[in-house]
Ligand binder design. Structure first.
Ligand SMILES: [Fe+2]
Ligand SMILES: [Fe+2]
Length: 233
């Protein structure tokens, strides 16, 4: 349990903890396995700019959810690729990195640079961790082009691209995008949701996007605003 998830109050007034299901009895919970923990330990230092570390972890969770719906995909390619895909932003100046992805065009050369450098860093890390050479080739091929390549080379490539884009319509993604561009949550939702549907490759990702965007819409609805005001008065 993280510090922020500790309860503030117990309205019921008695302990229900013995009735909470065990972690591995619950479908859909996600944790990094041993291989991915080793990759993450080496990747995290390259992901400290622009919330890329949290972005990569949330995208990892989304990739795992997509894999549960697309079991024919190779998780050994998808999960390392999603953890490492944005390590290349560490080689781009942080201010320039925001210009690179700003609405209205961005800077394509810098997007290409983060993909190429990310593939290079990923190859180093995966070699250290000891993945088979053929897997390393496939993973780095996906990373090199994950944003700029408009089509998909494989189901694994599709899942990585979809998990990356889906993050934008999560609560964390929307909040980060608000601060990137000085926009409010409603604007951030519109900006993010605009691309996180029509550009998705897999049907499960489109369904997840619809659900996340629907929840975000209700979060910004005038009716929920009144509910919050009533709760505070
Ligand atoms: Fe990227
Ligand atoms: Fe990304």
């Amino acid at each position: 349990m993280t510090t922020s998830s500790r309860p503030r109050v117990n309205h019921l007034g008695r302990d229900v903890s013995s009735r909470i299901p065990a972690w591995d009895a619950v479908p859909g919970l996600v944790a990094l396995g041993e291989r991915d923990e080793a990759i993450w330990a080496l990747a995290a230092p390259y992901l400290t700019v622009r919330d890329n570390d949290a972005h990569s972890l949330f995208s990892y969770g989304l990739a795992a959810a997509l894999l549960s719906q697309l079991p024919e995909a190779n998780e050994g390619i998808v999960l390392p690729a999603i953890l490492l895909h944005d390590t290349g932003w560490s080689t781009v100046d942080e201010r320039e990195a925001l210009e690179a992805i700003a609405p209205g065009g961005g800077v394509p050369e810098l997007v290409l640079k983060h993909e190429k450098e990310g593939a290079r860093i990923a190859r180093e890390i995966l070699t250290t961790v000891g993945l088979p050479a053929s897997d390393i080739d496939r993973i780095t091929e996906i990373i090199d082009g994950h944003d700029s390549r408009p089509d998909s080379m494989s189901l694994e490539d599709s899942i990585v691209k979809d998990a990356d884009k889906l993050w934008r319509v999560t609560p964390h993604g929307r909040a980060v995008v608000c601060d990137w561009f000085g926009i409010d949550d409603d604007e951030s939702l519109r900006l993010c949701a605009y691309r996180a549907y029509s550009e998705l490759f897999t049907e499960p990702a489109r369904a997840m996007s619809r659900a996340l965007v629907a929840v975000g819409s209700m979060q910004n609805s005038p009716q929920l605003e009144l509910v919050h005001q009533r709760e505070q008065s």
